[in-house]
Design a protein. Structure first.
Lengths: 117, 111
């Protein structure tokens, strides 16, 4: 079946522009995660949704970062007034059930590579 | 000190060699994941374990909860195994949802 789909695959923006990154999780998956991966580093947690509820946004690095999942399926990560340090791969992952109570593997998308010039 | 540390950072092997990648963590965990990331970014979950040992094909993952250490082994390595291997833990000490990742081990298997 279809996996986690992210778009665009690559995004180049000028410093100061706003960008929006999209994640289509596997259909029916309850949990959705966003991670940021800098070059040569492991991913870092940004935020977590259970259906439409954003239960944990403690990893968002600043108030320029905003994520939503209004209908509990597709999610958008928005970065306002982009800075060069925002350049990274942004990964989305989904999980079929409510996360907190169980250990399940996460299903990752291929990521969006964001470059800020 | 990072909560999750991997070694080595880079590993080059010849085809057929037995490979070991190590992961140490400093927090109590409910699960440890081994992930594979190919160039281009896509991440595949290889194993999730909370005790003992798991095997899938040529891959073996072990964990020692008391020592807070896990290893990923690849037997009869092949050039197609070349990728970044990432260890990630679900900590008992942070709010329920997040994974904490190591920095990854870049494996290159030469023919």
């Amino acid at each position: 079946g279809a996996g986690v789909s992210q778009s665009p695959r690559y995004k180049v923006a000028k410093r100061g522009q706003d960008v929006a990154l999209r994640c289509d999780p596997i259909s029916g998956h309850v949990s959705l995660f966003w991670y940021q991966q800098a070059l040569g580093q492991g991913p870092e947690f940004l935020t977590y949704f259970q259906n439409e509820a954003q239960l944990d946004k403690s990893g968002l690095p600043s108030d320029r970062f905003f994520a939503e999942r209004p209908e509990g399926s597709v999610s958008t990560l928005k970065i306002q007034r982009t800075q060069q340090e925002d350049s990274a791969v942004y990964l989305c992952a989904s999980n079929p059930i409510e996360w907190a109570g169980a250990n399940q593997p996460q299903h990752f998308g291929d990521g969006t590579r964001l470059s800020i010039l | 000190k990072n909560e999750v540390e991997q070694s080595p950072q880079n590993l080059t092997a010849q085809e057929g060699e037995f490979i070991t990648i190590n992961c140490s963590y400093s927090v109590g965990i409910s699960a440890l994941h081994w992930l594979q990331q190919h160039p281009g970014g896509g991440i595949v979950s290889l194993f999730m374990l909370s005790s003992g040992k798991k095997k899938h094909g040529r891959l073996i993952a072990t964990i020692n909860i008391q020592e807070k250490h896990s290893s990923l082994h690849i037997t009869a390595s092949h050039p197609r195994d070349s990728a970044v291997y990432i260890c990630a833990v679900r900590s008992k000490e942070t709010s329920g949802s997040r994974l904490t990742f190591g920095e990854g081990t870049q494996l290159t298997v030469n023919p």
